[in-house]
Design a protein around this ligand. Structure first.
Ligand code: ADP
Length: 411
């Protein structure tokens, strides 16, 4: 019977044919008379037809039959698997425990189920659940055991994947908490430093007869301290972004009012540029994070100033473009070569200047701006010509605020 069986597929693993692994059909049979022998032969014929790894045992637990599928999987003939031969296919690491479990179940007559790694014909150990239940006659006499070996490989793979995912999440959480700590540790002394420097700066401003060099020194400390604060925030934002942890807190806000406010605060601090606001009439409602959108605007305006070293006009324009609210930041600066534009929003990208002029920067500002716009379901694009200037355009979905839903940005 076993020498002729058709190719079997065993629990999803590669099928091998009995012809490549000839299995002698020499499985022990119980000593039984003619009718019993015929019934036993019929039973085994039936079991052999199942594409599953099946076995039967005598009442003492020794195996007296294994199905062809088990022979195919292990690459061993039935004669080598019956009695206690199957135990040789168990992984050495859990063989002893598995056998002990087996003996206990047999001695108690209780059902048996254990996870074991079984060696395949290809030498690879895979996880299986070996389950077995006692067989009794109608009057309750134990006549043997019937068992099945089913693959649990996918469960183990899923568990391993789950464990990997959990490990990755833990690592992310640890990084996040380390980042927060670093951010806090860096910002706290810097805030104190800048605060004290500003105090000194104001005192000097109010005092008559101060040496201009002292005033300049105080101004420089304040400006550099503020610059350092911004750099630390940008680096921390980029790190959060890399770990998918940059978040926004959305409210309903009038983007036009926010842009106006930013323009008003920035204007006095621009000695060699003119900032012109061309505002849409009426509110421009969006669902947005006011602080993050203000950060984007500041970034674009600072770039407009930085990359227009000759000065000139910077235009801040708000408009409605269909169902989208649009903000343009236009400068008359050095512009960006067409070849550099596709990479502009990538992390640490800096477009070179033809003059070789070095302009301080990290190349993460636009990367963060794009991430913030993406989080808002919006976009940031650029149009630029070398030596003519650049226009950065922000677009956000326009919303209709519900009554009482509006967040009036403080002016
Ligand atoms: P950073 O200015 O710190 O280098 P950004 O991410 O803000 O970083 O900008 C990336 C690059 O894009 C800059 O290095 C610069 O080459 C170019 N760029 C950004 N804004 C402008 C602009 N308004 N005009 C010309 N080039 C710009």
């Amino acid at each position: 019977m076993m020498g002729n069986h058709r190719p079997n597929r065993v629990d999803g693993h590669a099928a091998q044919t009995a012809s490549t692994h000839p299995m002698p059909d020499r499985q022990p049979s119980q000593a039984c008379g003619g009718a019993d022998a015929a019934r036993l032969a019929h039973e085994r014929q039936l079991l052999a037809a199942f594409p599953a790894m099946l076995f039967t045992c005598r009442p003492d637990g020794t195996w007296d039959y294994v199905s062809p599928a088990l022979c195919v999987y292990t690459g061993r003939p039935a004669g080598a698997l019956v009695e206690l031969g199957w135990a040789a296919a168990l992984h050495a690491d859990n063989r002893a425990a598995g056998l002990l479990h087996w003996q206990l179940a047999i001695s108690r007559g209780s059902p048996f189920a254990v996870e074991q790694q079984l060696r395949g014909a290809d030498g690879v150990y895979r996880w299986f659940r070996i389950g077995c239940a006692a067989r009794h006659t109608a009057d309750g006499t134990l006549i043997g055991w019937a068992g099945i070996i089913a693959s649990t490989e996918s469960e183990h793979e899923a568990a391993a994947e789950r464990a990997l995912r959990e490990q990755a999440q833990e690592a992310r959480d640890e990084r996040e908490s380390a980042l927060s700590t670093v951010g806090h540790e860096l910002r706290t002394p810097l805030t104190v430093l800048v605060g004290q420097a500003r105090l000194l700066q104001r005192r000097l401003e109010a005092r008559a007869g101060v040496d201009p060099a002292d005033q300049r020194a105080a101004d420089t400390i304040v400006a550099q301290g503020q610059q350092l604060t911004k750099l630390i925030s940008a680096l921390l934002d980029a790190a959060h972004l890399d770990h998918g942890q940059l978040r926004i807190c959305v409210t309903t806000l009038d983007l036009g009012a926010l842009v106006e406010r930013v323009a008003l605060t920035l204007q006095p601090a621009l000695p060699s540029h003119t900032l012109r606001l061309s505002a849409h009439r009426g509110p421009l409602w969006v669902a947005g994070d006011a602080l993050r959108l203000e950060q984007v605007l500041h970034n674009l305006l600072q770039n407009a100033v930085k990359y227009s070293p000759e000065g000139g006009e910077i235009v801040l324009r708000t408009a409605l473009d269909g169902e989208r609210v649009q903000v343009d930041v236009c400068d008359q600066g050095i512009g960006i070569a067409a070849s550099a534009q596709p990479a502009l929003f990538q992390r640490f990208f800096r477009a070179g200047t033809e003059s070789g002029q070095v302009m301080a920067g990290l190349g993460i500002g636009l990367y963060i701006c794009k991430a913030i716009m993406d989080l808002h379901g919006g976009s940031i694009t650029v149009e630029s010509s070398k030596d003519v200037g650049s226009t950065f355009t922000l677009r956000l979905p326009r919303i209709q605020p519900l009554p009482g839903d509006t967040h009036n940005w403080p002016g």
